[in-house]
Design a binder for this molecule. Sequence first.
Ligand code: PAP
Length: 313
Amino acid sequence: MAAALENETDTKNSLPQELYQNFWIDPRFVPGVKALQEEFEPRPDDIFLASLTKTGTTWGKALLRTIVSLCHACPNPLPDDEKSPNASVPNLELELFNSIKQHDVSIFSELPSPRVLHTHLPFHGLPTLVRSCSSDCKIVYITRNPRDTFVSLCKFYDKLRQDGWPAPVETLLFDGFCSGSLIHCGPFAEHVLGYWRESKSNPNKVMFVTYEDLQADCVGWVKKLGIFMGCSPRLVEENAERVVQICSFDSLSNMEGNKSGIALENTLRMRNAHLFRKGKVGDWKKYFTPEMEERIYRDIEQKLNNEDIHLTY
Ligand code: PAP
């Protein structure tokens, strides 16, 4: 049963976040982040997916993993139906937190190459060797318009609340989303700008893609991603449509591992099914008031527009 939310103070305490290196994070994850920053060694063929929560992480994980399986010179087998993208593409900081060997970055050494790994960390918070241009690993960044991201986050917390999680009420969540304090690794605009700037100065290192881009032309983006990731152009061309089909909302949400699986079993225990809701662009129009539009524009969207990032709403 859902835990009763007594008042806003209790609710706020239910999402402990602290400002660490200029981004907001649950303090329980900080030791793992420090270990990553100091000890994690990337392999030249590693592919990192970076994103804020609810911006297309699950879809991005599935796409990159499937591109590697179907188009890479050293393919990993396709994950079976039991395995959610969450399991086949681990999140670095959450997996460390969940591991019995907490803070031991060697847990990632067992994964076969090429590894596809995910993180919510901002660009400046990545392990030094991952962001360095002297290492050959690649970074794909996915983002989404902040209005749909917020609605998705709100609806996700509604589901968690039904599972008994304490979760912030909508007004408090909106305030924390805009200021950045209630979004894992926020603020939103600064997170996006960090990867955007890097994708402009080092396009061979960082590729920037949006959820709305994928909705508009997924086959085209799969081809671009495959080439960026160093896959065979012939295999990318031959398999792009199959990749898109395997990773579609309907296919992914009907995978056994996504219907019944649990992520981060030792700690957070989150149902994979909660990662699938509507998968549409523009759902925010049903929920936003003019005041919300004004606030999100002022706190987030204006900062993106100022640097020529124009998202689809
Ligand atoms: P996470 O950061 O907690 O892993 P994330 O996967 O980024 O969440 O976001 C979930 C959103 O992606 C949901 O959006 P919605 O609430 O607006 O519906 C979910 O439905 C959507 N999503 C998941 N998989 C796909 C997919 N294959 N295609 C399109 N959208 C998807």
